[in-house]
Ligand binder design. Structure first.
Ligand code: AHR
Length: 521
């Protein structure tokens, strides 16, 4: 009898183990399937976009130093910054804000510089804005770096007439007071600016409006911003405000010719808006939450996309994620209103996550603009007088430019978790594309600060892809950064810890790294 009971017990335990094993089959760690033959969507090059606001040294000192500066410049625009930015193929630049846009009266920034009024930048630091960088200078800057301009008009404190005349001044070829004024100011031909945002964060600094009120205003402004082929972008709500999105989409449904884009902003604040922490002095807890809060963006974005699919099933309105990035505390000793922060390997890793998310949602995401270009928040470039620094985030943009206008390849990622203090996150992120020459680019990010990952990538539906090369961004420490007058600590290095056989790519992906591998026949 005792023997029989024991036998039953052993059988029971064995059975339970067997059942559990069936319920939770062992995880296939770090396996990615890429369907090379199933690409449908184009990754718009405008996902690799930027944002330059009249904020701190984002424009003055950073981009524009004036013709009389000792810093080498072309019509006042820094040559060193232009040359550096060209390396990353900046596709589009949003200007003049941000919150500044809803205080900006564009006529203050045209004509002879000594006759332009000085105003107070009430949003950012209360400093004097002398308007020496205005419409002509911005469009000159875009031409110098080879980017499309994206102008945000003032809805909060401006008028419909101002917005309408700005479009006419910039884009019209017909004879009119506005085009005559443009010619008098030295520009004969129109610039043909395609992208126009109608207000910025109109729920907050752009006028504290309700979604209903904003949508009505949006329709008025958009009606009088004339021109063929314009992409007019409505302000979104806060990132979790789905009601705002639904209101704008619903109330413009019968006016689809008035709206081509919908703005979406998302920032990573480490622990939250009121608990931002330093850009360079952080511990693993801060690292984990920075990754976690970055990944939350995908969920928010997908909910907005679901609403757009409901109200715009033909996919005519693009999401313009025209502000995104890490927002930490300012560097000690700098003006809190200038939002100047350093940029470490942590920023490079989150940039990899963000760009993978945008790439993988390319069906709906038609533009994204990291905040911001120079000297503000998660910048590409930092300047100090005549010196410049290319940040770790700059190098991610340089590495990822291969995805611009390439065909998105669907990826399916299974990976180990990155665990910290009883919490977990998926450790590996990926996106892939095929360019016009048939080259495949696979980008991988490992957010785990301690463990390398062996990743096996199954490249399905392609001829033999045996010709491979790789690049990596990593550094010994999570908070390594590039500083003025010092050798760079974080930049792009050659990467060769991988092998490929029969279209199975095996990668030894280092901890805290961003990698891109190019494959061709
Ligand atoms: O990028 C800084 C500010 O963040 C922008 O001016 C505003 O739109 C957002 O809240």
């Amino acid at each position: 009898m005792r023997f029989f009971t024991k036998l039953l017990l052993v059988l029971f335990v064995f059975n339970t183990i067997l059942l559990n094993a069936q319920d939770n089959p062992p995880k296939d760690p770090n396996r990615i399937i890429i369907n090379v033959d199933l690409g449908r969507e184009t990754i718009s090059k405008f996902i690799y976009g930027h944002f330059a606001e009249h904020l701190g040294h984002g424009i003055y000192g950073g981009i524009y130093v004036g013709e009389n500066s000792t810093i080498p410049n072309t019509r006042g625009i820094r040559n060193d910054v232009v040359e550096a930015l060209k390396e990353i193929n900046p596709a589009v630049v949003r200007w003049p804000g941000g919150c500044f846009a809803d205080t900006y009266h564009w006529k203050d920034g045209i004509g002879p510089k000594n006759q332009r009024p000085s105003i107070v930048n009430t949003t950012w630091g209360g400093v004097t804005e002398d308007n020496s960088f205005g419409t002509h200078e911005f469009l000159d800057f875009c031409e110098q770096i080879g980017a499309e301009p994206y102008i945000c008009v003032n809805v909060g404190s401006g008028t419909v007439q101002e917005a309408s005349e700005w479009v006419e001044y910039v884009n019209s070829d017909a004879k009119s007071p506005m085009t005559e004024l443009r010619k008098k100011n030295g520009r004969d031909k129109p610039w043909n600016v395609k992208f126009w945002a109608v207000g910025n964060e109109s729920w907050g600094c752009g006028g504290n409006m309700t979604p209903d009120y904003y949508t009505d205003l949006y329709k008025r402004f958009s009606t009088y911003m004339h021109g063929r082929g314009l992409i007019k972008v409505a302000s979104g709500g806060t990132d979790p405000d789905f009601d705002w999105t639904e209101t704008v989409l619903k109330k413009t449904q019968k006016f689809r010719n008035l709206v081509q884009g919908y703005s979406f902003h998302y920032y990573t604040f480490c622990h939250g808006w009121n608990d931002k922490t330093s850009a360079t002095q952080f511990n693993e807890n801060d690292w984990f939450y920075t990754m976690k809060n970055t990944l939350v963006m995908e969920e928010r974005l997908e909910k907005h996309i679901a609403l757009m699919d409901e109200y715009d099933p033909q996919n005519r309105i693009g999401i313009m994620a025209d502000e995104w990035g890490n927002w930490f505390t300012v560097e000690p000793g700098t003006n809190p209103g200038f939002l100047y922060q350093q940029n470490t390997l942590r920023d490079a890793v989150t940039a990899g996550l963000y760009l993978d998310i945008f790439n993988n949602h390319a069906r709906r995401v038609k533009m994204a603009n990291i905040a911001q270009f120079v000297n503000v928040l998660q910048a590409m470039i930092l300047t100090k007088d005549g010196q410049i620094v290319k940040t770790p985030s700059f190098y991610v943009f340089k590495m990822y430019k291969v995805h611009q206008d390439a065909t998105l390849l669907p990826v399916n990622v299974t990976c180990e978790d990155y665990s910290y203090d009883g919490m977990t996150l998926p450790s590996v992120s990926a996106s892939a594309s095929k360019d016009k020459e048939g080259r495949i680019h696979v980008s991988l990010t490992n957010i785990d600060p301690h463990k390398d990952k062996n990743v096996e990538i199954d490249l399905r539906g392609s001829d033999d892809l045996s010709n491979a090369s790789g690049e990596i961004i990593t550094a010994p420490n999570e908070n390594d950064y590039n500083d003025f007058g010092q050798p760079e600590k974080v930049n792009i290095q050659k990467f060769s810890s991988f092998s490929i056989k029969n279209n199975i790519l095996k990668v030894d992906l280092p901890s805290k790294s961003v990698v891109t591998i190019e494959l061709k026949k």
